[in-house]
Design a protein around this ligand. Structure first.
Ligand SMILES: Cc1ncc(COP(=O)(O)O)c(C=O)c1O
Length: 388
C-alpha cells in the first residue's frame, strides 16, 4: 500500500464503531467485563486490548497503530510528551553499572535527563561524534547496554550513519534507540535502517498543529514488551482527547511535510544568497555535510543517505527534515558568529544564488563539541547546551 493511502486508512475500523470513519474519543478508567472468561477471551497482546483506562482505549490504540504502521514498526505506545518518551525508553534498557552512548548533538533535555538522572544513578554516559559512522564499534565497552542516535541531530542537524552504527551495535546484541522526531514516521523508515526503538516528540510533526503535547515510542517486536512494560511501570497514560487530536493531525502529515520541505528549501536558499549570512547549515542543501555529496559521508555510505531523501518536482532534490524556522535560526546563529569576518568575504557568490560548497575543512564533525573527538570550529560557535 502506498504511504499516503496508508495514512488515510491506518488505525481506522468503522465496522467496530457503527460505521464512524474516525475512532471516537473513548474516555474511561474502569472497564467492566461480564465475567472472567470474556476478559480472557480478548486474547493477544494485553497492551493492545482494553482493560483499564491507563493502558489505553480504542482511541489510543488507533493512534498507536497508525504511527507504528506508517513507520514499519511492530507496535507503538503513546506518552504524555516527547521527553517522557525519551526518558522511559532509556530507563527501560539501563540500570546501575551500565554504559550508554549518545550523539553529542542529542536534544538538550535528553542530555539533561542523562546527566541529572541516569548518571547519578550509576549509569555511565558517553557522548560520541554524531558523524562517526565506521569505527563506532571501538566505542563499545563490555558494559555498554544501549546505543542512542538522533538524526538529524538537534540544532546542528548532522545526518548520522545509522545503518553503520546499528550494524556495530547489533553485532554485540545491543538495542539501537533513536530520536526520530525530525525524520518523522512519514519520511524516515527507522526500522529498515536498523533502529530498534524509535522515539518521537509527536508534539511536533506528527500532531502538527501546536495544540497538543505528546510522545510516541515505536519498537520492533523484540523490544516491544521491554518498552511497553516500562511505560506501564512508570504509570504513564495519555488523554484520549489528545490521542484523537494527534491522530487527526497525523492524517495530513504527508501534505504538511511535503509543503514544508518545499518552503524550507526556498527559505534556506534565500538565506544562502544573503550577504549577512555566512553559511546555512541544512542537510537538504547541496554541499551540506549531511547530504549525499557532503564531505563528511564516505562514498560507500552515500547510497544510504540518498535513500533517505525523497525526490521533489522532477529534479533530484533532498527532502527537508526540519522546519524553515530551524533553517533560519541556524542561519542566524551562523551569521552572528561570523559577523566579524564579514567584510573580508567576496560578494559575487552571495548574490549569485548559486549554492557554495562548505569551506574546506569545515565538516559537521568540526562544528560540534564531542567528548570522543574534541575538535572545535573557527567557523561556528559550539552548540550551546540549553537548560530549560
Ligand atoms: C528532537 C526532539 N526530541 C524531543 C523533543 C521533546 O518533545 P516534547 O516537547 O513533546 O517533550 C523535542 C522538542 O522540541 C525535540 O525537538
Amino acid at each position: 500500500m502506498k504511504k499516503d493511502t496508508l495514512l488515510a486508512r491506518a488505525g481506522r475500523d468503522p465496522a467496530r464503531h457503527q460505521g464512524m470513519v474516525n475512532t471516537p474519543v473513548f474516555r474511561t478508567s474502569t472497564v467492566i467485563f461480564p465475567d472472567r472468561a470474556s476478559y480472557e477471551a480478548r486474547g493477544g497482546d494485553d497492551y493492545k486490548k482494553v482493560r483499564y483506562g491507563l493502558y489505553g482505549t480504542p482511541t489510543t490504540f488507533a493512534l498507536e497503530e497508525a504511527v507504528a504502521q506508517m513507520e514499519g514498526g511492530h507496535a507503538a505506545v503513546a506518552l504524555p510528551s516527547g521527553l517522557a518518551a525519551l526518558a522511559v525508553a532509556l530507563w527501560a534498557f539501563l540500570k546501575t553499572g551500565d554504559h550508554v552512548l549518545l550523539p553529542d548533538s542529542v536534544y538538550a533535555p535528553t542530555r539533561n535527563f542523562c546527566d541529572r538522572r541516569l548518571q547519578p544513578n550509576g549509569i555511565e554516559i558517553e557522548y560520541y561524534d554524531p558523524l562517526i559512522g565506521a569505527g563506532f564499534e571501538k566505542l563499545l565497552r563490555p558494559n555498554t547496554r544501549a546505543v542512542f542516535c538522533e538524526a538529524p541531530g538537534s540544532l546542528s542537524f548532522e545526518m548520522q550513519d545509522i545503518p553503520a552504527i546499528a550494524a556495530a551495535a547489533h553485532a554485540r546484541g545491543l538495542p539501537v534507540l533513536a530520536d526520530t522526531t525530525w525524520g518523522t514516521p512519514y519520511f524516515f523508515r527507522s526500522f529498515e535502517k536498523g533502529v530498534d526503538v524509535s522515539i518521537h516528540a509527536a508534539t511536533k510533526y506528527i500532531a502538527g498543529h501546536s495544540d497538543v503535547v505528546m510522545g510516541m515510542i515505536v519498537t520492533n517486536e523484540r523490544h516491544w514488551l521491554t518498552v511497553r512494560r516500562a511505560v506501564a511501570d512508570y504509570g504513564y497514560g495519555v488523554s484520549p482527547d489528545d490521542c484523537y487530536l494527534t491522530l487527526r493531525g497525523f492524517r495530513t502529515i504527508g501534505v504538511r511535510m511535503n509543503q514544508q520541505m518545499a518552503n524550507a528549501l526556498k527559505v534556506a536558499r534565500w538565506l544562502q544568497s544573503r550577504r549577512e549570512v555566512k553559511r546555512v547549515i541544512y542537510p537538504a542543501l547541496e554541499g551540506d555535510p549531511g547530504t549525499p555529496c557532503g564531505s563528511a559521508i564516505s562514498p560507500a555510505r552515500r547510497p544510504f543517505f540518498r535513500s533517505c531523501w525523497p525526490r521533489v518536482t522532477g529534479t533530484r532534490r533532498r527532502s527537508s527534515m526540519r522546519s524553515s524556522f530551524s533553517a533560519s535560526a541556524r542561519a542566524g546563529a551562523a551569521s552572528r558568529a561570523s559577523r566579524s569576518s564579514r567584510r573580508s568575504r567576496p560578494t559575487a557568490r552571495r548574490r549569485s544564488g548559486i549554492r557554495a560548497a562548505p569551506p574546506s575543512g569545515c565538516t559537521s564533525a568540526s562544528r560540534i563539541r564531542t567528548t570522543s573527538s574534541p575538535t572545535s570550529s573557527a567557523a561556528l560557535p559550539p552548540c550551546k547546551k540549553r537548560d530549560p
